[in-house]
Design a protein around this ligand. Structure first.
Ligand code: DGY
Length: 348
């Protein structure tokens, strides 16, 4: 699909993206925009090489693509200087290879903070209250009347929420769980999240002033402390060599038998084979997963686990957010081509 064929700068988007603002932004600014209409979900390096061709100023790509030396050098040869991932995470991008080839990289932070945190919060509640399991039971026609033991789950109020990685999304998630469910907080982050601490302190004072039990918070000195003490744990680190299989058999064993573990960051942060074993051995342990180690696949056995809620990497999937991500990605590429500031800029 080609927009503004006579535009001076050739920009390629490897996927169609929501909304029209991003298209207008590029075409109003002298770009010839080519949107790939290939039906298969994941494009190979060869598919993308063909899209870049021998003349291309910038590319908007997706987290499912492998952006390394081969693609960045091809983009450089084609006269390109700009690439933006339509995602905040950029573990699919080899930043060194981009730097080496003089390609600026953009990502899309900010617009997806609340949406992603909302999904992590939803998975937490769905897992704690066994909502998906109960839904399946209902649809199977198995409900034959109220019972004292039917789908008994965990009450969140007064329990402790544990956050690993208290950046933008982790902090927004913590705020939702504290304010929404009056949970206490324990978090671990390499940096101190003063914004989060100020919020919990102020909210605790508000509860106290209203005659309610104030919530408490603690900054853990290790990740293990969070795993041992929290009832609901949500993972929000970036994926890199240091966070690959952060959740391994030893760390799973540290968690409470009835804990809830949520992951809306990147799949390889959890050793998924070990997780399946843990779910089998501990039926009261529950997980809510938005991401998987080998997307789009789940490790054998996970789909059969009743104590797992699984959704297909949809944490940022709200209309407003996805349109915002598309616009930011377009702005990043346009910015570099035209010399404006690049929004997300991991290799700055
Ligand atoms: C991201 O942006 O990194 C998410 O995984 C997709 O929104």
């Amino acid at each position: 699909e080609v927009w503004n064929p006579s535009g001076k700068y050739r920009v390629v988007s490897t996927k169609s993206m929501p909304g029209t603002r991003w298209i207008k932004l590029l075409t109003d600014n002298d770009c010839r925009l080519e949107i790939c209409t290939e039906k298969k979900t994941i494009l190979s390096v060869d598919d993308i090489l063909a899209l870049i061709g021998d003349h291309c100023h910038g590319v908007i790509g997706q987290l499912t693509e492998d952006w390394g030396e081969v693609l960045f050098s091809a983009l450089k040869r084609a006269g390109g200087t700009a690439f933006s991932n339509m995602a905040v995470g950029y573990n699919n991008v080899d930043v060194d290879a981009a730097n080496k080839n003089g390609i600026a990289i953009g990502n899309t932070p900010g617009v997806l903070t609340e949406t992603t945190a909302e999904l992590a919060a939803s998975l937490s509640v769905a897992a704690a209250r066994r909502i998906v399991e109960a839904d399946q039971f209902m649809r199977a026609g198995l409900y034959d009347g109220w019972l004292p033991h039917l789908f008994v789950g965990n009450l969140l109020k007064g329990q402790t929420v544990g956050v690993i990685g208290a950046g933008r999304i982790g902090s927004a998630y913590a705020r939702m769980m504290i304010e929404g469910f009056k949970m206490n907080l324990i978090y671990f982050d390499l940096y101190q999240s003063t914004r989060l601490e100020k919020f919990v302190t102020a909210y605790g004072q508000f509860l106290k002033a209203n005659g309610e039990q104030p919530v408490t918070w603690k900054r853990a000195s290790s990740m293990e402390e969070v795993l041992r003490e929290a009832d609901v744990i949500s993972l929000h680190p970036v994926l890199d060599k240091t966070t690959y299989h952060l959740i391994n058999p030893e760390r799973l064993a540290m968690m409470k038998k009835e804990a809830v573990l949520v992951n809306a960051s990147r799949g390889p942060v959890i050793d998924e084979v070990a997780l399946v074993e843990h779910l089998k051995a501990n039926p009261m342990f529950r997980v809510g997963l938005d991401v998987f180690e080998d997307e789009p696949y789940m490790k054998p056995g996970l789909a059969e686990m009743k104590n797992a809620v699984v959704v297909p990497h949809i944490a940022s999937a709200s209309k407003w957010t996805r349109e915002g991500m598309a616009t930011l990605a377009a702005l990043n590429v346009l910015g570099k081509i035209k010399g404006y500031p690049v929004w997300g800029n991991p290799n700055a």
